[in-house]
Structures are given as C-alpha cells and as structure tokens.
Design a protein around this ligand. Structure first.
Ligand SMILES: Nc1ncnc2c1ncn2[C@@H]1O[C@H](COP(=O)(O)OP(=O)(O)O)[C@@H](O)[C@H]1O
Ligand SMILES: N[C@@H](CCC(=O)OP(=O)(O)O)C(=O)O
Length: 373
C-alpha cells in the first residue's frame, strides 16, 4: 500500500481552485472553506506549516457584481478580482478564526518573484508568518497585473510559492480525484493515475486544456506545476477537494489522489530562483564548443563561446543561452550588460579589459548562476 508523501512533509503549500472555492461559480462555498480550515488546523496540530494558495477572486467578484458572463475586458476582470478578493479573505478569516488560527493576505505578482530583492522579501515575510503560526493566504494580485506579466494561473503560482519557501509538498485540490490518462469529462473510460514521476512528458499529453468554465488552468497547468515544484525537490499531490478529510488523510499517509514525485533532491536556492524566471531579458547564442562545455563539462560560459547577443539587459539579469539553431539549452544570470556583451563576444578572457577598460568577471555567466533544463 503506497504511503502519501504528505505524511513526512513538514512545510506544505495547499492550492484550491476556483471551481471548488466558488462551487462552480455559484458563490463562495463556505462549507468547503470551513472544512479545509478545520483540516489545516489539524495539520498545524501535527506540527506542519501550511500556506494556502486560493483562487476564486474573479469568480466570486463576478457573482457579487451579478455578472452572468465572464467579461473579456481586462479592467473588468481586474475589477471583479478586487471585489471578489474581499469576499475571499473575509470568508477565510472567519473560518480560520473558529480554529484560533490567524490568517494573512499575500497578493503576489510575477515581478515579486522575478526580482531578486522582492523575492527575498516575500520569502522572509512568508517564513516569518509560518514561524508565528499564521496561515498565509496567497493569490495573484490580479488588479495590478496585465496579461503579459501575469503568472496566469494559480497552479503555477502554487509551484512558485513552493519553490520560494522550499516547501516539501504541494497539494493541488481540484474537482477531480486526480489525474486520469485523459480528461474524464470527455473520456469516461480514462484510467486513474495514482503515482508518477513529476516532469514525465507523457503526463502532459494526458492533461487536456482548461477544464471548467470558472477555472483557468485545467489539468495541464497542474502537471507543469508539479514539474516546477519538483525542481526544488517538492512532491505534488493532486486530489479532490470535495473528498472527506482529504488533507488529514493525506497527512496520515493515505495515498489518495495522484502523487507526482520529485526525482531529484533540492537544487541550490539560487539556481532554483533562476529556474523560476518566467521572463527572460535577452538571449546569448553559443557556438558548438560552448554548448558542449556547459552541457557536458558543467563549465561557466565565457565570452569567447558567444556568437551573438539579443535583447537589452543589465548585469545581473537573466538571459537564455541558445545554440546556433535557436534551441534553449539553459539560462543564467549575466555578468555583463547586453552592450558590454556585444563588445566582448568571441574574445578571449585576456582581451576583455583592453576592450572594455575594466573586467568584472572572466565569465559571461558563472556556472553557479547557470541552470540547465
Ligand atoms: N487528464 C485529466 N485528468 C483529470 N482532469 C482533467 C484531465 N484533463 C483535463 N482535465 C480537466 O481539468 C479540470 C480541472 O481543472 P480546473 O477546472 O482548471 O480546476 P481548478 O479550478 O481546480 O484549477 C477537470 O475538471 C477536468 O475536466
Ligand atoms: N487569481 C485568480 C485565479 C485564477 C486561477 O488560476 O484559477 P484556477 O485555475 O481555478 O486555480 C482568481 O483568484 O480568480
């Protein structure tokens, strides 16, 4: 009998989707929120730390505004999110108070996780809240983000938060038992997957597009979230949020839902942060020798192996490393701006100072700051 990874997990991120939170868009499901609060309270009693990532602001906002149809205009969706978020946190605050637990609202944007300083601020605030026994309730700050800079779905946000706080497990609660070999709404004979390795390509093929009318991600974003969470060594469980005592049973070791296991141990926090950068500032094109050196010998990237530089970036920003065919082979923090990099590409280390008048580092990207997929 397999044992749930949640049993041995100390720090857990629980993500609940819009369809569950809002009863398929019919309005906040207070009974469900109460159940999760009571179960999270049990987890806290077991000495675990829990962060809740909750969707539902837009769906609840639409309900409160009496808008039957989801608007397409971004500012209307943002307005709905602002209205709905109030209802969401009020409801959670009321539910958790019954169990003597304090809650804290954290609204994050992609920028907060992409900027080194803000990332570290968010991390230390969350860790402080956890150490104080407070339940952080996280959502994307929908009101201030536009389509181009959105994390986009809370499965991804849940994974980013998992990486951010080095959680041991990410539990994604949804309206299905877990992952099936195909969308069970469309293929009733689809088989249930109880365990797999996170990041296995065939999982992506099983997950269709966005599932319900109120959710955004569908199963696909959950599979990708598991892959992302695994990068920091966290396991993911996808389970049904309507199942009785789902969190408690997982914590007791019952293997319910789909377990997507992380294959590797944690990578260094710095590398993890790099791997989570969704927005790249530019590209450097590598010759074949440099591709071999960084992929096979694990060396740093030197300017001599770079044939072209694309985009505008500053020292310390993240760029993609691509081969001559444009295929991404890694990404990393650059030691030189795009203007400087253009001047020193193809040059040997000894020539950098003569061209620039100074030398910051001999490498364009140091191996410690380089992440390969
Ligand atoms: N292979 C699959 N296994 C399970 N569900 C799937 C699969 N492919 C697509 N889905 C759909 O994904 C939906 C869950 O996604 P979504 O509605 O976005 O939920 P949430 O609001 O919880 O994020 C399910 O209801 C289901 O219809
Ligand atoms: N930030 C949005 C979340 C949208 C979202 O990702 O929803 P879901 O796919 O149901 O988890 C909201 O609160 O409405």
């Amino acid at each position: 009998m397999p044992v749930s990874v949640v049993q041995s997990s100390q720090r857990i991120v629980v993500k609940v989707g819009s369809s569950l939170v809002t009863n398929n868009g019919k309005g906040l499901d207070h009974a469900a929120l109460n159940r999760w609060a009571s179960e999270i309270a049990e987890l806290i009693k077991l000495g675990k730390q829990v962060i809740l990532v909750s969707s539902g602001a837009i769906a609840e906002g639409l309900q409160r505004m009496g808008w039957a149809k989801r608007p397409t205009a971004v500012h209307e969706l943002q307005a709905a999110a602002a209205v709905g978020q109030m209802g969401l946190v009020q409801a959670y605050e009321t539910c958790f108070r019954k169990f003597n637990l304090k809650t804290a609202q954290i609204l994050l944007t992609h920028e907060d996780l992409a900027d080194r300083t803000r990332y570290l601020n968010a991390r230390s605030t969350l860790l402080t809240l956890l150490s104080l026994g407070v339940i952080p309730i996280i959502n994307e700050n929908d009101t201030v983000v536009t389509a181009e800079i959105k994390v986009g779905d809370n499965d991804t946000l849940g994974a980013l938060v998992t990486n951010l706080v080095d959680a041991d497990a990410l539990i994604i609660l949804t309206d299905q038992r877990g992952l099936y070999t195909a969308d069970p709404r469309k293929q009733p004979d689809a088989r249930f997957v109880d365990e797999a390795r996170a990041g296995e390509p065939e999982l992506e093929a099983m997950a269709g597009g966005a599932g319900s009318a109120v959710g955004t991600g569908g199963m696909y974003t959950k599979i990708i979230a598991a892959k992302r969470a695994a990068r920091s060594g966290a396991h993911t469980v996808i389970a049904c949020g309507r199942e009785e005592h789902v969190l408690q049973r997982l914590a007791q070791g019952e293997a319910i839902g789909t377990q997507l296991l992380a294959g590797t141990s944690r990578i260094a926090a710095r590398k993890q942060w790099l791997a989570d950068h969704l927005q790249l500032r530019g590209k450097v094109v590598l010759d074949a020798g440099a591709v071999r050196a960084i992929t096979q010998s694990g060396t740093s990237l030197l300017p001599i192996g770079v044939t072209a530089v694309e985009g505008d970036f500053l020292r310390g920003e993240v760029v993609a490393c691509v081969d001559a065919a444009g295929q991404e082979i890694g990404r990393g923090l650059v030691n030189y701006s795009s203007d400087e990099a253009r001047k020193i590409l193809r040059l040997a280390t000894g020539q950098i100072e003569a061209v620039l008048g100074y030398i910051d580092e001999p490498e364009l990207i140091h191996r410690d700051n380089l992440v390969l997929p």
